[in-house]
Design a protein. Structure first.
Length: 254
């Protein structure tokens, strides 16, 4: 009896999961239909509802939501969702092109602090593949290491044993590097807390107080790095290296 109930519970769970998956698939199709018909506000509402109810981040949803906000002339929301999509797939060409178009409409243009050549190249290389892809590659290389290791153990020919041993070390090195790149990319993404300014214009101050000295003005759509959070304020850093405080209500975290 208990076994029967157990199987029934599993069966019911599988059906429920399938229905839920189909439900979100249907919602996505509805959102896409709204977008195709030019009903951008309805598409936005549908995509936002999917994110709120599914608790699942998906590159396609953020990307499409960014497109819908762009069509609705909501610049900060456009950039916010494009940036969220970029965290999930930093090398997507369509996304990078759309994000560049959106950033061209941002009022603030800052001279970015130059990054050292080697550091810039290394960072670019780590982000040339997604974190999950690096992790999968490490598994592949580790499997190849085990395969060549088994050849070393079971073959008697000296030359074959030598080459298989060398191959094992090479694949082990590749597996370790791939895993390291995956972890580094994930740590970089998680450690960088960024936000987008949503106020039409807001003044950064020298301290978390309205009475403190005004430093510089930011406009909607500008992306900032969040250094610290204190009460209802955030300490931010812009691309040219300047640092100031903004009221938290004026920004949204990426």
């Amino acid at each position: 009896m208990r076994m029967a109930l157990k199987f029934f519970s599993i069966f019911l769970f599988c059906i429920t999961t399938k229905v839920i998956a189909q439900d979100f698939s249907q919602q996505i199709k509805e959102a896409e239909a709204f977008y195709a018909d030019g009903k951008y506000e309805m598409a936005i509402a549908k995509y936002e509802d999917i994110l709120a109810t599914s608790n699942k981040e998906a590159f396609e949803i953020y990307f499409n939501l960014g497109n819908a906000y762009f069509k609705s002339n909501n610049l900060p929301a456009t950039i916010l969702n494009y940036e969220k999509a970029r965290k999930l797939n930093p090398q997507d060409e369509d996304l990078l092109f759309n994000l560049e178009i959106a950033n061209q409409q941002v009022v603030d243009k800052f001279e970015a602090v130059p990054e050292l050549g080697i550091s810039k190249w290394y960072r670019s290389f780590i982000f040339s593949l997604r974190s999950n892809t690096w992790a999968y590659l490490s598994i592949v290389f580790f499997s190849l290491m085990l395969f060549t290791g088994s050849i070393f153990l079971y073959k008697s020919d000296v030359s074959i044993k030598r080459y298989s041993l060398i191959g094992s070390f090479i694949f082990l090195l590749f597996a370790g590097c791939s895993l390291s790149f995956s972890v580094q990319q994930k740590n970089i993404v998680e450690s960088q807390i960024e936000a987008v300014v949503f106020a039409p214009n807001v003044t950064a101050t020298s301290a978390p107080s309205e009475r403190s000295t005004s430093l510089f003005v930011l406009h909607e759509g500008t992306k900032v790095k969040v250094i610290e959070e204190k009460d209802a304020w955030v300490r931010i850093k812009i691309s040219d290296g300047n640092i100031g405080w903004l009221e938290a209500e004026h920004v949204k975290m990426i």
